[in-house]
Design a protein around this ligand. Structure first.
Ligand SMILES: Nc1ncnc2c1ncn2[C@@H]1O[C@H](COP(=O)(O)OP(=O)(O)OP(=O)(O)O)[C@@H](O)[C@H]1O
Length: 259
C-alpha cells in the first residue's frame, strides 16, 4: 500500500516543554529516510509526534493528505508500524504471540487470529530469521532478539510505512547488518522506512535520504552523499570524521578520525 506521510511546519515536545520545531517532511512511498542527531536532540519525540502519540505543539502531520488524528488507531496501524526502542519487557508472552500481536489491527474486535494471521506471523519470523525463537518467552530472550521480534511484529502488520527508533541499538555486529539489510529489503518491496540511528555509515548503506537534527531542528536534508560530509558531521557530533568510498563494500563508510 503506497502512502505518503507529511509534516508541515511541525513543532513538537511534551506538555509545557518544546523540544523542536520548523520540521517540514514528505516521506515518499518506498523510500528509506534516515534521521541522525546527537543524544537528546529530539528524534524519539519527533517520531512519537509523527505517529500521533504526542499532539503537535504547532503545525500538522498528515497521512495521505488527512490529519493523523482523523484515523482510528486500527486504521492507522494498518498503514504505519512502529518499532520502538526495545525496552525492558514485562509481559510473559511467547515471541510468536508478540509477532501475532502485529495482526491486531487486521482482526475484528473479539475475533481470534485466523489461519492467515498465523501464516503472516510465521512468515515474518522466518523473514527476520528468528523462527527458532517462536516458542521462547519474549521476556527471556536477549535484548537483540527482542529487537528482532519487534521488527518481525512490524512486518506481520503489513504496513505501508515502518517507523524504527534506533533499530540497531543493542544489537551485535551481525544483527546490525541483518537489520540494515532488512530495511533495504522493505524499501525494495515498496514499504517506506523512517529510521533513526547513531551510525551515519548506516545511512550510506540503506537510505535514499537523510536528515540531520540538531536541538530539535532539521539543519540539513538530502541524499546521503550530498548531506553526510565531514564538516556537517563534525558540526553535528563535535568530532572529526572521515568519509570514504570503500571499494570492496561498494559504498561510502564513515568513521571518527581519532587524534
Ligand atoms: N516525557 C518527557 N517529558 C519531558 N521531556 C522529555 C520527555 N522525554 C524526553 N524528554 C526530553 O526531550 C528531549 C528530546 O528527547 P528525545 O528522546 O526525543 O531525544 P533523542 O534524540 O531520541 O535522544 P537519544 O538519541 O538519546 O535516544 C530531551 O531533552 C529529553 O530530556
Amino acid at each position: 500500500m503506497a502512502l505518503m506521510l507529511t509534516a508541515v511546519d511541525l513543532a513538537f515536545g511534551y506538555r509545557g516543554v518544546r523540544v523542536g520545531g520548523g520540521v517540514n517532511l514528505a516521506i515518499a512511498p518506498g523510500e528509506v529516510f534516515c534521521l541522525l542527531g546527537p543524544n537528546g536532540c529530539g528524534k524519539t519525540t519527533l517520531f512519537r509526534t509523527l505517529l500521533g502519540l504526542l499532539p503537535p505543539h504547532a503545525g500538522r502531520v498528515e497521512l495521505d493528505g488527512k490529519p493523523v488524528a482523523a484515523f482510528s488507531r486500527a486504521e492507522f496501524a494498518r498503514r504505519i508500524a512502529y518499532v520502538p526502542q526495545a525496552g525492558a519487557p514485562t509481559f510473559p508472552f511467547s515471541v510468536a504471540d508478540v509477532v501475532l500481536m502485529g495482526r491486531a489491527s487486521r482482526i475484528a474486535t473479539f475475533a481470534a487470529p485466523g489461519p492467515a494471521d498465523h501464516a503472516a506471523a510465521r512468515a515474518a519470523l522466518a523473514t527476520i530469521g528468528i523462527a527458532h525463537l517462536a516458542e521462547r518467552r519474549f521476556s527471556e530472550v536477549s535484548g537483540g532478539e527482542r529487537q528482532m521480534t519487534l521488527i518481525a511484529r512490524a512486518l506481520a502488520q503489513e504496513p505501508g510505512l515502518v517507523v524504527m527508533d534506533e533499530p540497531t541499538a543493542s544489537l551485535d555486529f551481525g544483527n546490525q547488518a541483518r537489520v540494515i539489510a532488512q530495511v533495504r529489503a522493505l524499501g525494495a518491496r515498496g514499504i517506506a522506512v523512517v529510521l533513526s540511528t547513531h551510525d551515519p555509515g548506516q545511512a550510506f548503506a540503506c537510505a535514499s535520504r537523510v536528515a540531520l537534527m540538531r536541538r530539535g531542528e532539521i539543519v540539513s536534508l538530502g541524499r546521503p552523499t550530498a548531506t553526510l560530509k565531514p564538516e556537517a558531521l563534525r558540526a553535528l557530533y563535535g568530532v572529526d570524521v572521515t568519509v570514504a568510498w570503500l571499494e570492496p563494500a561498494g559504498r561510502r563508510v564513515c568513521i571518527p578520525t581519532l587524534e
